[in-house]
Design a binder for this molecule. Sequence first.
Ligand SMILES: [Zn+2]
Length: 612
Amino acid sequence: MRRAVTLLSASIIALSAGAASAQNAKPRNLILFVPDGLRGGIVTPETAPAMAEIRDKGVNFKNSHSLFPTFTMANSSALSTGHYLGDTGTFSNTIYTGYTSTPAGDTVVPFIENDAVLADVDDHFNGDYLNEETILKMARGHGLSTAAIGKVGPTLLFDHTDRGRNTIVIDDSTGGKTGVPLSDEMKEALTKANLPLVTPGRGDNAKAGDAKTPGTTSANVAQQAYMADVATKVVLPMFKARNKPFVLVFWSRDPDGSQHNTGDSLNTITPGINGPTSMAGIRNADNNLAQIRKALDELGLAADTNIIVSSDHGFSTISKESKTSPSAKISYDDTPKDFLPMGFLAIDLAKALNLPLYDPNDKNARVADDAHPKAGNGVLGQDPAKPDVVVATNGGSDLIYLPGRDKKLADRVVKALLEQDYVSGLFVDDKLGRFRGTLPMSALNLKGKALTPNPSIVVNFRSWSSGCEIATNCSVQIADTVLRQGQGMHGSFSRGDTFNFTAAIGPDFKSGYVDPLPVSNADVGMTAAQLLGLRSPGNGGLMGRVMSEALPNGIVPKMAEGTMTSKPAAGGLRTVIKFQRVLSTRYFDVAGFPGRTLGLDASDAKQKTAGK
Ligand SMILES: [Zn+2]
């Protein structure tokens, strides 16, 4: 009885702390600034002064987490809804949708960083594939002004069902055929500010290069200068004139674009993503943030505006080396000798399973023996229209789907993957049963209320450090991508990819506070909703938590650490997940086969077994 009373009063305190900001009749403004692909440990007063200032004067979330698979759309779905990927169904950037998407190029594995493809996927899944309310949709429902400006794909996801009717959307496609339309009010305001109605292209920054030609040496300056100008010269003054609270999302393609396409390190691991092009990309994003803060000051909005800076994921340098892959022993006209080709996972699986390989990005044409699929994706089976296996290629991890949900086939796929030195950790759909050497997908919050098909197996690729003071700043990973060794990628369970940058400043945040607790991009979504006084019933229950410890008078919960270990496979390999926990919320630091993932040492294999 006494214990029950104590618990009850504790929950009343928690409730009143939570209610404090919701009781504000008028919430503060919120700016969510996302520097795409900014590593958690790379920010210093020299590399990124505006971000360092927010971190050091506001809240420093030094134990921050991107959600795995550490890709852009997956994490945009978490930032925009507060839910984990098992609920949002946004398992990666390229997913299997179970139907042929025409705007994606007649393929069953669309790349969803595209406004027309997002509209198509929405149409297919009852008008809202995400199946969770986004913060911008809720905010405009409450009468707030809303805008999302930045990189095509993740930007639109913040209010993807509105198509520009109520929320301002400016991205790469604005003014083009597939772009979200501009309102007359926006057209007029842009014209008055001498800004074009069409977003400029990326120019040289879009140059990926090839095996003989280095990629770009220019950051995405011109395109983002336009977007920053739209934010500061048009949108913020418009919102001030409306005299209502607002939410502005600014999704900076840099440093992601410059790190991916970097031309500083052709076919070599160093400097990789630590060359001058990547650093210029980081500085470019920082300059955009500085411009936005300056405009807030000049418009007299700073005192009433909270700013959260949260990158979607970290980053790593690409390696294409494997001693075990049959695909690396074939010579291709566009791939250096002995390097893994794009699509190596699909090629190796087709060989191991003795199934024909077809290219879903080439109208299901048969892939020749000395070729690789055009975008790396593959459909395997006798009939490409009814595939046994679908491989959705993404980068530092890939997704495998077994549309027939055949358990024996799943067992053969798992055994084939365990043979490859580029694999580090396998996660299998709980519905297929348990397989030695693997952990169930539910352990990563990948099983929830998703409308899109659940992957059958998530394959994480190997990662390590190339050797530098802060290991997560020089993570290297095997990546399934058209990009080259020495360029940049993410998507793995390396701590280099899961350690993103998060900081916040403003009237509803503590000042000069270093937060030791783990936080994730799902928490950022939940905290944003809380600050804006928004509540969503939510379709799924895989939600982040409000980062109460970072709010004045907020409760500071306790944290714990844990490890989950699979049973060993025949050769002894075990998938291990290292995680942290706050209340019932789990944060995944790293996972894989110990010794094959940066942050997961060989000694981590000896931890307790799952369920014991
Ligand atoms: Zn990204």
